[in-house]
Design a protein around this ligand. Structure first.
Ligand SMILES: Cc1cc2nc3c(=O)[nH]c(=O)nc-3n(C[C@H](O)[C@H](O)[C@H](O)COP(=O)(O)OP(=O)(O)OC[C@H]3O[C@@H](n4cnc5c(N)ncnc54)[C@H](O)[C@@H]3O)c2cc1C
Length: 387
């Protein structure tokens, strides 16, 4: 894995960052060696230690975050179907998200909307059931979707009953080539520029009844329980799923931070000023000491949460959120320190650290901002509805 990342992904990082395009040839190469495949990700996901995904993701993102996100973006959609879907849905749709090693495909997970980012309960996209045709009809506008519009399979979160907030929402699989789904604006971004981020417009999109993730019986039962005011447990189940997936996002940030630390360490040992390597100044060596310590701390939080998730331990202190919070903030801080250590060189595109810094910033924003992670941790610790 490391060899592939070091020889194929790392050297291509700068080029795809400049091109701001999905690196299809690299995804294809990853598929050829079995890395971009259902088998690889499911093996890592089900590794009994829980460390398979964190190790793989750290390595990939150590290579280049934009390319790596293009490779792992599909897993967001795949995980949403495998966590909440039926076995038939997994077998039918997950392989279609990846395609084959000759003809790779992508998946996209579309939850966020212009008016519903952190406040995911405010989703306006509507799903209406057309009983006569056993079809769901989706209407709305999604935003910030990784692989949105270029994916073969989209998984769309929509509201079946807006009055019930998140408990009235469900996910729908939109099969390849479905009419009415189109890409809106593609965003020009600060970092992870090789990863495609776009709006997805849903205009009377009709999907077969079997595309409701988890099935209609389960949804009807949940809606009935919620309407009767009986505790459905869905929110708690959703929270558990988020807690379990956050360490994998944290691992991505750890990969970027480690790349920046290693680059700065090499540079500081080589670069001489005042007749000695700059690393011989405590100011620089202490920075390196703090950077390495922070990277290791973040990684250990990620590993702890990933192990807890795999072994069914309760996240009593929101340990999944802790790992994502610390890893994201560490990546931003470490990459900035790395730029400082490189001085003027660090500010140019002759070295990768300015790209690492731009890439790192997304980790305090997506998959729950740092503020939202603190809210979740605060609620878990106090047992109060902290706002
Ligand atoms: C590059 C990129 C890729 C993405 N990929 C996907 C994807 O594939 N699928 C998907 O569904 N979404 C995706 N997202 C969306 C992402 O998850 C959201 O951007 C994120 O959840 C924040 O929502 P927002 O941008 O609307 O910010 P807002 O929710 O508007 O937040 C703005 C600021 O207010 C703060 N804030 C909001 N509420 C509170 C509160 N209660 N207390 C304290 N502070 C608060 C936030 O922390 C933030 O600092 C992506 C985003 C980006 C930028």
């Amino acid at each position: 894995m490391h060899e592939f990342v070091a020889t194929v992904i790392r050297p291509a990082g700068a080029e795809w960052d400049e091109r701001e395009e999905t690196p299809w040839p690299i995804i294809q190469e990853a598929a050829k060696i079995g890395l971009y495949s259902v088998d690889f990700f499911s093996q890592q996901w089900f590794d009994p230690s829980g460390l398979g995904i964190p190790l793989a993701f750290e390595e990939l993102f150590w290579g280049d975050a934009g390319i790596a996100l293009s490779i792992v973006g599909t897993t967001l959609a795949a995980v949403s179907v495998s966590t909440n879907g039926t076995e038939e849905q997994m077998a039918e749709w997950v392989p279609q998200m990846f395609g084959t090693d000759d003809d790779v495909k992508l998946g996209a997970f579309c939850a966020s909307e212009p008016e519903a980012g952190s406040d995911i309960g405010a989703i306006r996209t509507r799903a209406r059931y057309d009983e006569a045709h056993d079809e769901w009809v989706l209407n709305g506008r999604k935003t910030w979707a990784t692989n949105g519009g270029i994916a073969d399979v989209h998984v769309v979160v929509a509201s079946v009953d807006p009055q019930l907030g998140t408990r009235g929402q469900a996910s729908f699989i939109v099969p390849p080539g479905t009419e009415g789904l189109s890409q809106g604006q593609k965003f020009a971004k600060h970092g992870i520029r090789a990863s495609h981020t776009a709006e997805v417009v849903l205009d009377d999109v009709r999907v077969p009844g079997r595309c409701l993730v988890g099935g209609k019986d389960k949804l009807d039962e949940r809606l009935a329980r919620t309407r009767e005011g009986r505790h459905s447990g869905r929110s708690q189940a959703a929270m558990r799923t988020f807690e379990a997936s956050r360490p994998s996002v944290g691992a991505q940030a750890v990969g970027i931070a480690r790349a920046a630390y290693e680059y700065a360490l090499d540079y500081a040992r080589e670069r001489e000023q005042f007749g000695r390597p700059i690393a011989q100044n405590q100011a620089i060596a202490f920075k390196l000491a703090d950077m390495r310590t922070s990277v290791d701390m973040a990684r250990l939080l990620v590993w702890r949460a990933a192990w807890m998730a795999r072994n069914g331990k309760p996240f009593e202190a929101a340990e999944g959120s802790m790992s994502k919070l610390v890893a994201g903030e560490t990546a931003v801080w470490v990459t900035e320190q790395a730029m400082q250590i490189l001085g003027g060189a660090g500010y140019t595109r002759d070295h990768p650290v300015e790209r690492f810094h731009r890439d790192a910033k997304i980790y305090t924003i997506f998959e729950g901002t740092s503020e939202i992670q603190r809210l979740i941790i605060g609620r878990a610790l106090t047992g109060l509805d902290v706002r």
